[in-house]
Design a protein around this ligand. Sequence first.
Ligand code: J2J
Length: 551
Amino acid sequence: MLYDRLVAGYPPDVAEQYRAAGYWIGQTHTAMLTESAAAHGQAVAIGDGRRNLTYRELLDQSRRLANGLIDELGLRPGDRAVVQFPNVVEYVEVVFALFDAGVLPVFALASHTAGDIADLVARAGAAAYLTVDSFGGTDFRSRAEHLAGVGTTTPAGRPLATVVAELDRADPWAAVRSANAESTGRSGAPSDIAFLQLSGGTTGAPKLIGRTHDDYLYSVRESVRICGLDESSVFGVVLPVSHNFTMSSPGILGALHTGARIVMVPATDARTVLATVAAAGITQLSVVPPLVTAWLDSPEAERYDVSALRVLQVGGAKLAESVARRVPDLFPNATLQQVFGMAEGLVNYTRLDDAVERIVATQGRPISPGDEVRVVDAAGAEVPAGQEGSLQTRGPYTIREYWHGASPESFTPDGFYRTGDRVIRDADGYLVVVGRDKDQINRAGEKIAPTEVEGALLTHPAVRDASVVGVPDDRLGERTVAYVIPTAAAVAAGTLPDGFAVRGFLRAAGLAGFKIPDEVLIVEEFPTTAVGKVSKKDQRVDAAAPESPGP
Ligand code: J2J
């Protein structure tokens, strides 16, 4: 079948309602860029200090790349292609090339390791891996060569195609770019799944999230309005390019929809970001809380004229109210906007005209009147406003199922996504995030599945058992602590690993840097709950105490 598994799980009558309400307008990402190029052709769409592309050039270059990917690689509509890019122009070119070719980009992060990519390629049944030659000291090319060299094949038995953009060349895509700048006409239907985003995940590997053109672009258009983006805006990309926040809230797609300019910021330190804001006149930034804290504490803070910044969006993890109140010290002209979103769908924003008290103390309210939000107790019954409970949601841009199918624990029988977040909703529908009931660590906005780290620890020959928890941390929001019980043999032989060695082992085993525990504690046993399960709650408390256990 040509378009295998492109169909999203919205019930047909619900889809009809979303169309009737004007949420889903029947536009693909390709059509969106084509319209923007018609309206803003000569305006600069994107720049990264190496290359600038106008809207017209971005459209033409991505079409030429789409034709090349089809002609040279034989990519077909419905294929998946894992993309792994740093914050460079080529990322946006390739994503729109894939949209035009009807191929679903699978959004890896630049921090993912070779092992993560191999796993993603397998689970997405990808036909291609597209990346850069090297960036920031990481050799992506050899990764591509390795994947191809070990004979990775697609589910249909074709060998995995790999393409490497050569960032130092005038045309980084020279090897594949076609002269043909016509649209391939393959971009598919607006109700098709357009791409696969990654979930934070609570199990070993991130789940794959299929979002349709219709649902995603609805959230993008509304985000543009709510976040005050217009064609005079300059959006600075500081977070990883392919993250859902960076893509859509309102992000890269919001900027392209409205004719704004995108500036890739090459690093996240205060000096680089503030200097780029000053030099490029950045009006809009989307960041995670630890960056705000770091910039506030930096001596660079007073050195640059950052008066152009109009909106500072902070999300991905909980922003402390005390930090929120200090934002005007850093960006005198900017309105703070809290963003509480998830790749599965629902995004909440404080509104730009909300009272300061609401902006600093809540994580906002949903984008759409079509967003249904339920706060429930352990038995699944709704709790009244003002009371804490688990957040469930369904609506015009929230998935009904993961891409690889059944995941009953993540959805209620009536189609609500169980976010795993604990919130309090006030009488006006604003949400305050107070905790989490999913087993996930949110380290500086990066999501870590403890089971994955525990699995990697268990492959160490001297480790008998492992338990990984997130512990409150002033700088990171949460830091990762691993409790490890050594094997009896290692104890007897006196060959206990120390924390340093364990971290090195995990790195060598291919665990991404952000997943390596900040602290490893060797212990004799784990605290247990009344029913005999490992008590992660006690471990969190112990690790946060001034004198932690263990050597
Ligand atoms: C507390 N927790 C938050 C916040 C996300 C916009 C913004 C963020 C994401 C994102 C996104 C939080 N306060 N302000 O996709 O479009 C935690 C919650 C949530 C999980 C989702 C977007 N903002 N979180 O962070 O898929 O636990 O998306 O369920 O990476 O991050 O993570 P992710």
